[in-house]
Write a protein that binds this ligand. Sequence first.
Ligand SMILES: Cc1cc2nc3c(=O)[nH]c(=O)nc-3n(C[C@H](O)[C@H](O)[C@H](O)COP(=O)(O)OP(=O)(O)OC[C@H]3O[C@@H](n4cnc5c(N)ncnc54)[C@H](O)[C@@H]3O)c2cc1C
Ligand code: FES
Length: 263
Amino acid sequence: MKQLNNHESRTCVRTMVRMVTPAGSDGFISLYLDLPEWDYTPGQFVMIRPENWDNDPVWPRPFSICEVNRNGLRLFIQVVGRGTRLISRLTPGSRVDLWGPLGNGFKFDPDDRLLILAGGMGIAPFIGLCKNHPHPEKVSLLFGHRVGIECYPLDELPQGMDKQYARQEGQSDLVLFQEMLEKRIQEFSGLGRILACGPTPLLRVVSSLSLKYKAETYVSLENKMACGVGACLGCVARTSDQGYVQTCTHGPVFRADRIVWEV
Ligand SMILES: Cc1cc2nc3c(=O)[nH]c(=O)nc-3n(C[C@H](O)[C@H](O)[C@H](O)COP(=O)(O)OP(=O)(O)OC[C@H]3O[C@@H](n4cnc5c(N)ncnc54)[C@H](O)[C@@H]3O)c2cc1C
Ligand code: FES
């Protein structure tokens, strides 16, 4: 798990599917690809486009790098639409165009404490981060999810890590989850760095609580992306210091207090 600079060693390669494994019953898969010749920083992402897509869909799809292990480069994907459905049907040996590693990733000192706040698929970049962390006892996780916990590979997380899971099935659960977030952010402020990834409403709440408690927080935005390399301007986010910037090249990880959340 090397820490790379933004844009360092960004490549496009044609690679091969090694394995597709389903998780739970809600259309979650782990997609393993032949490992290209690069290392990555957790929080960086790839764009993938299977060779058999021809012109439909046109654009590749972005996914966080979940981890790199003996099975190859792993992406953890939830099937939500046409592109992810087609990806879930890939078989070993299928060819895929892969751009990466893209974006900046999460920077942190492994000796400092980390609080990870993840919602749903926002867990993907943290699987490899936690599995490779040299001091799991310094890492805490609060994970909010809507579908069954068995869909997520949480049993792979290291022993000794502090983990808290909260399912949101209704409005009252959401209020409870926000209270949990507030308590964790308040307690953690000044102790270490907070990293968050998940749906925009979660990141917006995390950012506002981090401002309130002056916690050092980084959020990974999942804006929709078409090119992944700064060219299409489809993924812009508004920042307090640079105005509108491309999330794919300036992020996807930003200091929470830099983001101006659009209403
Ligand atoms: C940097 C980054 C990292 C990501 N990492 C992961 C990951 O590790 N695992 C994973 O499952 N997904 C991840 N996503 C989201 C993933 O890219 C989308 O779910 C996927 O592109 C949807 O493609 P589709 O063709 O199946 O859906 P579409 O047919 O394009 O859309 C289906 C539904 O998904 C929603 N959707 C589409 N794109 C996004 C998006 N970028 N964010 C949120 N909702 C979206 C649409 O609004 C729509 O409701 C990531 C997105 C970004 C930008
Ligand atoms: S996805 Fe094209 S500019 Fe970011």
